[in-house]
Design a protein around this ligand. Structure first.
Ligand SMILES: [Zn+2]
Length: 298
């Protein structure tokens, strides 16, 4: 689809699908990449009542699709907005979701279906998923617990404080307005070069579908400070190195279910080598307290 008015039409249609809660913004990135030619297929998981809406969309833009032969049931819906699901072979049920594979190429859909139904992950070597190999391998080898705690997993390394390019912000789809430029997968680490390059390419691709003001909005959202302290998770826009808040800033969610927020942030100070965060009126430094994790994307 080279025609620029058709590209605008696709973008508008996708935004509409997000608005009616048929897909999420991170799905938009993958579908645009499919149209652009930088992704071979897209796998969506949809509720039965949305089937017709998605089918109409796919047919309007000359993609092909097939449904999986299994359904998915919500297993753990943790407070991180991500739903983890288990496979069931059954008859259609309104509470189940169903995976749908979308591509410009029928043979690819057939291949993906085969991999999913047979769990033949040795086929991953063929890099059919369009995700960096290091990341895919890391995901396949990780335990169920790691998969559920992917936020902790990405934050847990020997450095309590790290700075990254804004392209690497995998957390952007967790905070309002949920914009992102990453594909829907888990990078092996935030400093993964292949993951960063792919998100950067997606960002460039987006500029051929959307206008400048949207690109600026996305960039603003991706430039962020992510903080974790004792299961509390904060997401702030990065504006400057020293931020003093007028009011108590409570987290956007807890990494483990708990009734109430116990901690709030008063201010943040970012330095070359450390970050100092005032939590419940007490200054905590990343060099002195291992429980404080700070990641800056700018
Ligand atoms: Zn990687």
């Amino acid at each position: 689809m080279a025609n620029s008015s058709k590209k605008k039409l696709l973008w508008k249609y996708l935004l509409h699908l997000v608005k009616i809660e048929c897909i999420e913004f991170k799905n938009i990135i993958e579908i645009l990449a499919l149209d652009y030619g930088s992704k071979k297929f897209v796998r969506l998981v949809i509720k039965p009542e949305k089937k017709k809406i998605i089918e109409d969309f796919i047919e309007a833009f000359d993609f092909y699709y097939r449904y999986a032969e299994h359904f998915l049931v919500d297993k753990i819906n943790n407070s991180t907005m991500d739903t983890f699901q288990i496979k069931v072979k059954s008859v259609e049920n309104e509470n189940y979701s169903i995976p749908i594979y979308i591509s410009k190429n029928k043979a690819i859909i057939k291949k993906i279906k085969h991999i999913e139904e047979n769990e033949s992950f040795s086929d991953l070597e063929q890099n059919i998923f369009d995700y960096p190999e290091c990341c895919t391998r890391n995901y396949v080898l990780s335990t169920e617990k790691d998969k559920i705690n992917w936020i902790k997993n990405l934050l847990n390394n020997k450095h309590n404080y790290n700075r990254h390019s804004f392209y690497s912000n995998r957390f952007s789809s967790l905070a309002s307005p949920y914009l992102s430029c990453h594909f829907d997968f888990f990078p092996c680490c935030l400093s993964c070069k292949k993951y960063n390059k792919q998100s950067q390419d997606n960002f460039k691709m987006l500029s051929s579908y959307v206008d400048k003001s949207f690109i600026n909005l996305l960039k603003q959202h991706l430039k962020a400070i992510v903080i974790e302290y004792k299961e509390h998770f904060w997401y702030f826009s990065f504006t400057r190195n020293i931020i003093k808040f007028e009011k108590k800033m409570f987290p956007i969610f807890l990494l483990r279910r708990r009734k109430n927020y116990k901690y709030f942030i008063n201010n943040i100070k970012l330095d070359e080598k450390f970050a100092e965060v005032t939590i419940n009126d007490q200054a905590i430094n990343t060099q002195l307290d291992n429980l404080l994790k700070v990641r800056v994307f700018k």
